[in-house]
Design a protein around this ligand. Structure first.
Ligand code: IPD
Ligand code: CA
Ligand code: CA
Length: 265
């Protein structure tokens, strides 16, 4: 695969998709709910995914697609585009400027290209496997903090009430041991935050491939460690992303709570 051409295409698509989402924001309403009564979808989520899917069908007809709003194409090339048309839909709905379009391009080697575009802040996050990560063209470096007590740690909560109840149990132990915590509301941008040192670390259970694909690569390429617990890969069970100076401390605290145990099974 031509990684440069793929990065260019992903970037063009993310910008176009972000512009459409921004244009649809005024007067936006919840159209429907998905996995739970708090998991909303808007007309913009669906329209942005449709735009991405039709552009990819024209530009990369042999590639597969996996999109949050239902896009699924098997493809024949071994390459798959993993799309979150709007990550941070609840923020989008409420007019909180923390949402983005996320596009990851994957092969059997993992994510090769990741692009996240935040149209409100006009921030373009990009990474290519082995090629570093960029914010608006400037190389990114994750935090070098070495003390968990001095760390700002992001997290997120799933839409399922049973998962949330368990996720909340960790907070009384974590909160006194860190500088503070943030729940910013868009997992892809939380991972970008780690890449830029806006967060020292981040963890969340229950992320889907479209939340993690691009942001996981951007964080890794900034020098952050991104994985699950006890050597497992980052994924649905848990994503831990942090600068190398605190990764182990954050990991061990989460491991002590078995934070990767799924309360829904
Ligand atoms: C959600 C956001 C949120 C995270 C949830 C995700 P959506 O994605 O990334 O920050 O906590 O786990 O599902 O529904 O806004 O695309
Ligand atoms: Ca998402
Ligand atoms: Ca979404």
């Amino acid at each position: 695969m031509d990684l440069d051409a793929t990065l260019t295409l992903a970037t063009d698509l993310a910008r176009e998709a972000g512009a459409l989402a921004l244009a649809m924001r005024p007067g936006v309403e919840a159209l429907d709910t998905k996995s739970s009564p708090t998991d909303v979808v808007t007309a913009a989520d669906k329209a942005v995914e449709r735009l991405l899917v039709s552009a990819l069908a024209a530009a990369r007809p042999a590639d597969g697609i996996l999109g949050e709003e239902g896009a699924a194409a098997q493809g024949t090339s071994g390459v798959r585009w993993v799309l979150d048309p709007i990550d941070g839909t609840v923020n989008y709905l409420y007019g909180i400027p923390q949402w983005a379009v996320s596009i990851g391009v994957e092969s059997s080697e993992g994510t090769l290209v990741g692009v996240i575009y935040d149209p409100v802040k006009d921030e373009l996050w990009q990474a290519v496997l082995g090629g570093g990560a960029l914010l608006n063209g400037v190389p990114l470096h994750c935090s070098t903090v070495t003390s968990l007590a001095q760390s700002l740690v992001g997290t997120g909560f799933g839409y399922d009430a049973r998962r949330r109840a368990v996720q909340a149990l960790l907070l009384p132990d974590l909160l006194p041991k860190v500088r503070d915590i943030r729940r910013l509301g868009a997992g892809s941008l939380d991972l970008c935050g780690v890449a830029a040192g806006r967060l020292d670390g981040y963890f969340e259970q229950g992320l889907s491939p479209w939340d993690l694909s691009a942001g996981g690569l951007i964080a890794t390429e900034s020098g952050a460690h991104v994985s699950g617990l006890r050597g497992r890969p980052a994924g649905y069970d848990l994503v831990v992303a942090a600068g190398p100076g605190i990764f182990e401390q954050l990991h061990d605290l989460l491991a002590a709570h078995d934070a990767d145990a799924d309360p829904l099974v």
